[in-house]
Design a protein around this ligand. Structure first.
Ligand SMILES: [Zn+2]
Length: 130
C-alpha cells in the first residue's frame, strides 16, 4: 500500500472495496460526481459530501482499439448510472469471455491503472457483477 497514489485526491477511498465521493446540493438535492463547487442546476452554494453507491447500471460503453498512453488495446470505457442519479465515466475491466450489455449491473472496484517510476497509480473502475 506504501506506493499507492490516487489518480486524483478526494474522489474515492479504498474502504469496503472502494467508495466514490460525490456531493449533493443541500437545496435541490441534485448529486454530482466528481463533486461540484456549486450546484449547476439551482446555483445553490451549500454542497454536502456524500458516499455514492458501489453498484449501478451500464448506460453505454466503448472498446478502445488504438494504443493510448496508459492502456494497452483493447480496453473498455463506460458510463455507469448510479442510483443517486449521477452518471460516472470510468474505465471498465476488459473481459474476454463476457461481453458488455447496456443495462447490465456493474460494481465499483479500486485498481492499479499504471505505474510511474515507483508509484502505483490507483483509481476507480467498474466490472460486471458476477
Ligand atoms: Zn441545487
Amino acid at each position: 500500500m506504501d506506493n499507492r497514489t490516487p489518480l486524483k485526491k478526494g474522489l474515492f477511498d479504498e474502504k469496503d472495496g472502494g467508495r466514490l465521493h460525490g456531493n449533493q446540493c443541500a437545496t435541490c438535492k441534485r448529486v454530482y460526481f466528481p463533486p461540484a463547487p456549486f450546484c449547476y442546476d439551482c446555483l445553490g452554494r451549500e454542497m454536502e459530501e456524500i458516499i455514492l453507491s458501489r453498484r449501478g447500471k451500464l448506460y453505454s460503453y466503448t472498446i478502445g482499439r488504438m494504443p493510448s498512453t496508459h492502456f494497452e488495446p483493447p480496453y473498455a470505457l463506460g458510463l455507469i448510472d448510479l442510483p443517486e442519479g449521477v452518471r460516472v465515466f470510468a474505465p471498465l475491466i476488459m473481459t474476454e469471455d463476457e461481453r458488455y450489455r447496456i443495462g447490465m449491473e456493474m460494481e465499483l472496484m479500486i485498481d492499479e491503472l499504471w505505474q510511474e517510476e515507483d508509484q502505483h497509480i490507483v483509481a476507480y473502475r467498474f466490472k460486471p457483477v458476477s
